[in-house]
Design a protein around this ligand. Structure first.
Ligand SMILES: [Zn+2]
Length: 310
């Protein structure tokens, strides 16, 4: 069973436009090299249109094509810093939960809440106890540290309910801030919540995974996903293989999870190709780096199956 532990769904009015304008900067930057001049707003508005997938139709067909059985949906709450959205964060969470209920064999929804919201704990309770959400997603790059006092009441609830927490780690595009999501802040979550499964999304990033490993080697509840590593896998395959091997050797293969961050990299690399790339590791890794079939199948789904009790 292949499980993608890191996906997003965007419906109209679910996410502040500023987020897409930030993403658009990468595209306009590349365009400029080709002599094409577009504004971030024009490209961002195009992204909002093309990423509109409120019923998860694109995601489900992408999963079918890639052979992915289940995906974890991660709502993101950027409202406090980028401005509140047309659809409230409570409603965005409820809509994610509804999709998971509609497709119980395909979709699992985590709650996405900025812990600084006055009603954060109440909303989290509603998400889990009324709407059946199975975990929590945090995006510290909006301006809080994962080990900040406002976060702890949510983490205490996650401990009580025995559900995992997935937290963005590593760098992040404008207008969001990378200093908040550096690996060192995960260390306190190991010290203070040693039994809470905390998934460091993106493993600290390809340039931060070693710092994440320095936390993971002593804090055994910190886990990691490899979403967004598609870029490195294509640009520098040996570097990707080395980094993944390091994670498996020093944290343990059982703590690493497959993820795509869909739809973020859809136009760059299909999930079908991304899954295939992981499957091919035992035969394709460069000299001196070896992967076993059983390691690949654990990362692709076995580990997530255990974590999420599937
Ligand atoms: Zn993501």
């Amino acid at each position: 069973m292949i499980i993608d532990i890191h996906t997003h769904l965007f419906g109209k009015g679910w996410i502040p436009k500023e987020f897409f304008y930030g993403v658009a900067r990468f595209i306009t930057y590349e365009f400029r090299k080709q002599g094409i001049h577009e504004t971030n707003e024009a490209v961002g508005d195009g992204l909002i249109e093309s990423n509109d997938d409120a019923q998860a139709e694109s995601l489900l067909s992408e999963m079918d094509e890639a052979g992915i059985t289940m995906s974890v949906l991660l709502p993101v709450d950027f409202g406090l810093v980028l401005g509140d959205t047309e659809v409230s964060i409570d409603e965005v969470n409820r809509l994610h939960a509804e999709l998971a209920r509609k497709h119980p064999d395909r979709l699992i929804a985590f709650a996405g809440i900025d812990p600084r919201r006055a009603h954060a704990v109440d909303l989290f309770k509603k998400c889990v106890q009324e709407w059946g959400m199975k975990g929590l997603k945090l995006h510290p790059t909006t301006g809080f540290y994962p080990n900040q006092k406002e976060v702890y009441p949510l983490l205490e609830k996650a401990c009580e309910w025995k559900i995992p927490v997935l937290i963005h780690s590593g760098s992040m595009m404008v207008p969001l801030r990378s200093k908040y999501s550096q690996p060192i802040y995960f260390d306190d979550l190991g010290a203070d919540f040693p039994d809470l499964p905390v998934i460091a999304a993106h493993s600290g990033g390809i340039f931060g995974y070693q710092q994440m490993l320095s936390v993971m080697t002593t804090k055994l509840n910190i886990l990691a996903d490899i979403s967004a590593w598609q870029l490195t896998a294509v640009k520098n395959y040996p570097m990707f293989c080395r980094a993944l091997r390091d994670l498996m050797d020093f944290a343990g293969c059982e703590r690493i999870y497959f993820g795509s961050d869909s739809p973020s990299f859809r136009s760059f690399m299909s999930n079908k190709d991304w899954v295939q790339m992981i499957k091919d590791l035992p035969g394709s890794a460069p000299d001196g780096i070896h992967f076993k079939e059983e390691e690949v199948s654990a990362v692709l789904g076995g580990n997530a199956q255990k974590l999420l009790n599937l």
